[in-house]
Design a protein around this ligand. Structure first.
Ligand code: HEM
Length: 519
C-alpha cells in the first residue's frame, strides 16, 4: 500500500468518525434538549404548568433550596413538639408549589417531566381509562433501581406484568400466609427477649426504628425466600447495602450523565446487586432440586412460587428479581408502619390500653393464631390511621404509555406521573378540620376513614397495581404489635426529635428513641 492509499483510508475513517460523532451528538441533543422542550410545550398547551425548570437540573435545585430553608427553620424550633401536619415538613417543595400552582402541576427531575397529582378527583378520572397492565413505571427510576427490583413485579409492565401478577397472587392467599405465623412469632419473640435482657441490665431506652427494621428484615427474608443462618445474614447485609448506596447519597436522578457524577455509589450498588443475584440464584437452584426430590419444606413465598411454577412459567432470573422485590417492597414499608405506630402509641397511652384490652379479649393467654387476627378491629383502625398520617410509601408513580385524556386535558405519552399520597392524606378538604389529629376511631365501620373521596386514601396504591403484600403486612403488623403490647408499655424518650423525612419512604429523621418498661 503506497502513501496515497494509506492517507485515503485514514481520510475515509476520519469522515466516518465525524459522521458517527455528529449523529451521536444529534441524538443526545434531541433527547436532552429538543424532546424535553417539546414535552414542556405539549404539557403547557394542555394547561399543565409549574415551577420553571432549568437545564440540566430541572427543578432539583429549587427542591434542594427549599429543603435547606426548612432545615434552618426546624433547627430553630423546639424539638419537643410533635406535630402531625407533616406535608410541608417532609415535602416542602411540593407544599410550596401546591400553594402556587394548585393540586395538579408539572415539575422536572432533570430532563424528566412529572405531572404532580394531589387531587383525588383528577386521579379517579385519569385512572378510570387505564388498566393495570397499560400503566408504565417511570423508566428513569426503573434504570436507577435496577439492582433493587430488576424486572420484578414492582417494575414490570404490559403482558409481562399480567403474567407475573397472575403467578404471584396465589402465594399471598390467606391459607399460604397462615403457615407463616410461627416464623413471625419466632423473630418477634427473639427481639422481645433481647429487650427484656437489656432492660434488666438497667437500660430501658431503645431506638425502636432500628429494632423493628432488623426484625422486619429477618421476617421478610424468612417469609419471602426462607433464607436463614449464614446465607441469610449475607443476603440481608447486601440487600441493605444496595439500598444504602442508592438512597443515602445526593444523586441527581433524571439529569443526563448523573451516573458519572455519582459513579462510585452507582457502581457499588450494581456490584452488590450482582452478588445478591448470585447468592439468591444458588439458593433458588438448591430449592428447585429439593422440590424435584420431594424434599422442599419451604412455606415461604418462594416455596409457593416454585410449587406453582413447575411448568417453568418463571425463569430463574425472574425468580431472583421477585425475591429481591419482596424484600425491598415489603421490608422497610412494614417496619416503618410499625415504627410510626409505636411513636403514636407512645404519645397516646390511652390507645395502648384500648388495644391491650382488645388483645386480651381476642387472643387471651393463648398462642397467637392467624384466624384470630381479624378480630383485632381496633388495631386495624390504628393501623389505618398510622398509614394515613405517616404513609410509609409516600407516593405512587406511573408513566403514561399512551396519551391520557382527563377532563379535556391530555397527559402526553411518556410523561411521568407522581401521586402525592402524603398531601392527600393531610388535606382538610378531604378529611375535615381534625385531619392532623390521631383519631383511629374515624375508621370504625368505614374503610376510608370518612375521606370524602375514596381515591384520597391510598396507603397501598390504587387500581390493578395495588400492593400485593397488604395482607402479609397486616398480619405481621398485628402479630408484632400484639406481642409487644402484651409484654411492655412504651413512652417517648426525651431524646426524640420529630422530623418525618422523605427518603424513598417516610421515616423518622433522627430515629425513634423510646423508653420500654415491662408490664
Ligand atoms: C405497610 C406496608 C406496605 C406498604 C405501605 C406498601 C405500599 C405499596 C404501594 C404504595 C405500592 C404501589 C401501588 C401502586 O403503584 O399503585 C405497592 C406495590 C407493591 N408492593 Fe407493597 N406495601 C407494603 C408492604 C408490602 C409487602 C409486605 C410486600 C411483599 C412481601 C409488598 C410487595 C409489593 C409489590 C410486589 C408491589 C407491586 C405490585 C404491582 O405493581 O403489581 N408490599 N406497595
Amino acid at each position: 500500500m503506497d502513501f496515497l492509499q494509506v492517507s485515503r483510508v485514514w481520510y475515509m475513517f476520519f469522515n466516518v468518525l465525524v459522521v458517527v460523532l455528529c449523529l451521536m451528538f444529534l441524538k443526545l441533543f434531541l433527547r436532552c434538549r429538543i424532546f424535553p422542550v417539546l414535552a414542556q410545550k405539549k404539557l403547557r398547551e394542555n394547561g399543565f404548568i409549574g415551577p420553571p425548570p432549568s437545564f440540566p437540573l430541572g427543578n432539583l435545585n429549587d427542591m434542594k433550596k427549599l429543603k435547606m430553608a426548612l432545615v434552618k427553620v426546624e433547627k430553630s424550633k423546639s424539638s419537643t413538639i410533635i406535630n402531625h401536619d407533616i406535608h410541608s415538613i417532609a415535602l416542602p417543595h411540593f407544599a410550596r408549589w401546591q400553594q402556587q400552582y394548585g393540586k395538579v402541576f408539572v415539575y422536572w427531575l432533570g430532563i424528566e417531566p412529572f405531572v404532580y397529582i394531589a387531587d383525588p378527583e383528577f386521579l379517579s378520572v385519569m385512572s378510570k381509562g387505564v388498566m393495570g397492565k397499560s400503566w408504565g413505571k417511570p423508566n428513569v427510576f426503573k434504570k436507577d433501581r435496577e439492582p433493587m427490583f430488576g424486572t420484578g413485579l414492582v417494575m414490570v409492565e404490559g403482558d409481562d406484568w399480567t403474567r407475573h401478577r397472575h403467578i404471584i397472587t396465589p402465594a399471598f392467599a390467606p391459607l399460604n400466609l397462615k403457615v407463616m405465623t410461627n416464623m413471625m412469632v419466632e423473630s418477634t419473640s427473639n427481639m422481645l427477649d433481647r429487650w427484656g435482657k437489656q432492660i434488666n441490665s438497667g437500660n430501658p431506652e431503645f431506638d425502636m426504628e432500628s429494632e423493628i427494621i432488623g426484625t422486619a428484615g429477618e421476617i421478610i427474608a424468612k417469609t419471602s425466600f426462607g433464607v436463614t443462618g449464614e446465607n441469610g445474614t449475607q443476603v440481608l447485609k447486601n440487600l441493605r447495602a444496595v439500598q444504602f448506596a442508592l438512597f443515602n447519597s445526593n444523586r441527581y436522578v433524571g439529569v443526563p450523565f448523573s451516573n458519572i457524577l455519582s459513579y462510585k455509589q452507582t457502581h457499588k450498588a450494581k456490584e452488590l446487586g450482582r452478588e445478591i443475584d448470585d447468592l439468591l440464584l444458588s439458593f433458588i437452584n438448591k430449592r428447585k432440586r429439593a422440590l424435584v426430590e420431594g424434599d422442599d419444606q419451604g412455606h415461604d413465598l418462594l416455596g409457593m412460587l416454585l410449587k406453582a411454577d413447575h411448568k417453568g412459567m418463571f425463569t430463574a432470573s425472574e425468580l431472583v428479581d421477585e425475591c429481591k422485590t419482596f424484600f425491598f417492597a415489603g421490608h422497610e414499608t412494614t417496619a416503618l408502619a410499625l415504627t410510626w405506630t409505636f411513636m403514636l402509641l407512645a404519645i397516646h397511652p390511652e390507645w395502648q390500653n384500648k388495644i391491650r384490652e382488645e388483645i386480651k379479649q381476642v387472643i387471651g393467654d393463648s398462642e397467637i393464631e392467624y384466624n384470630k387476627l381479624a378480630g383485632l378491629k381496633k388495631m386495624s383502625w390504628v393501623m389505618n390511621e398510622v398509614l394515613r398520617l405517616y404513609p410509609p410509601a409516600p407516593n405512587a408513580q406511573r408513566q403514561a404509555r399512551q396519551d391520557i385524556e382527563v377532563n379535556g386535558r391530555v397527559i402526553p405519552n411518556g410523561a411521568n406521573i407522581w401521586i402525592d399520597v402524603v398531601a392527600m392524606h393531610h388535606d382538610p378538604e378531604l378529611w375535615g378540620d381534625d385531619v392532623n389529629e390521631f383519631k383511629p376511631e374515624r375508621f370504625d365501620g368505614d374503610l376510608y376513614g370518612g375521606c370524602k373521596n375514596k381515591m384520597g386514601f391510598l396507603p397501598f396504591g390504587f387500581g390493578g397495581r395495588m400492593c400485593i403484600g397488604r395482607n402479609l403486612t397486616t398480619m405481621e403488623y398485628k402479630i408484632v404489635l400484639s406481642l409487644v403490647l402484651s409484654r411492655f408499655e412504651i413512652s417517648v424518650s426525651p431524646g426524640y426529635r420529630h422530623s418525618p423525612t422523605y427518603m424513598l419512604s417516610l421515616r423518622p429523621g433522627y430515629g425513634l428513641p423510646l423508653i420500654i418498661r415491662p408490664l
